[in-house]
Design a binder for this molecule. Structure first.
Ligand code: FAD
Length: 169
């Protein structure tokens, strides 16, 4: 999914990948270099359901200083704990950041949806782009809430939010 960070120090997984071993549906295995693959925000063209990534080779930029790495990690974790509802069951960021400087959560908050709830699925008070399961949320509650958020944000801000969460049917 080309996971990455948008806050703190923005970076994505593809920036440190050198090559992939891919299994095709006919059973053949192929090695693809990073330059053979198109990627974008939270997306690579390998996510077509027809190819499976077997192995990924990473090239790290430089040997890091363990003390510095640990201190950066702790700083990122404490920022996340402050800004994200990590003590509740969630699927992380619900919608992709739309183009521009504002994140999806900013638009959802502007649309007045912080705390809005359908069944047991609730727009987090801590970060509006996160949906918390208050205990018994069903997949339908979450999907209906996401559709409501998309409709309301479109009406209030003229922005079409796109799902970052992948539904498995
Ligand atoms: C608390 C929390 C915080 C998060 N914070 C971030 C964040 O800061 N940044 C961010 O980017 N994401 C974040 N996420 C999302 C997380 O990075 C993604 O959910 C994760 O990358 C998905 O990987 P998975 O293996 O769990 O999912 P899966 O559902 O297994 O896979 C995700 C997608 O990849 C495909 N896929 C899986 N395996 C293969 C394979 N071998 N070959 C080809 N396709 C494959 C699947 O079909 C699916 O489309 C967060 C999630 C949570 C719960």
């Amino acid at each position: 999914m080309n996971a990455g960070l948008t806050a703190f120090r923005p970076r994505e997984m593809v920036s440190i990948v050198e090559s992939f071993d891919i299994l095709h549906l006919d059973g053949t295995v192929e090695t693809l270099a990073m330059k053979d693959i198109s990627t974008s925000y939270r997306q690579t063209d390998l996510l077509d359901g027809k190819r499976f990534i077997l192995r990924v080779r990473f090239r790290l930029e430089k040997a890091g200083d363990p003390i510095e790495i640990r201190s950066n990690t702790l700083e990122h974790l404490s920022e996340r704990k402050r800004k994200q509802p990590l003590n509740k069951p969630t699927a992380g960021s619900t919608f992709k950041s739309p183009p521009g400087s504002k994140g999806a959560g900013w638009y959802i908050e502007q649309a007045g949806l912080k705390g809005f709830q359908i069944g047991d699925a609730r727009v987090s008070d801590v970060h509006a782009n996160w949906i918390e399961n208050m205990g018994g949320a069903t997949a339908e509650n979450i999907q209906t809430l996401m559709e409501h958020i998309q409709m309301t944000v479109k009406a209030h801000c003229g922005i079409q939010l796109e799902s970052e969460v992948v539904f498995v049917y």
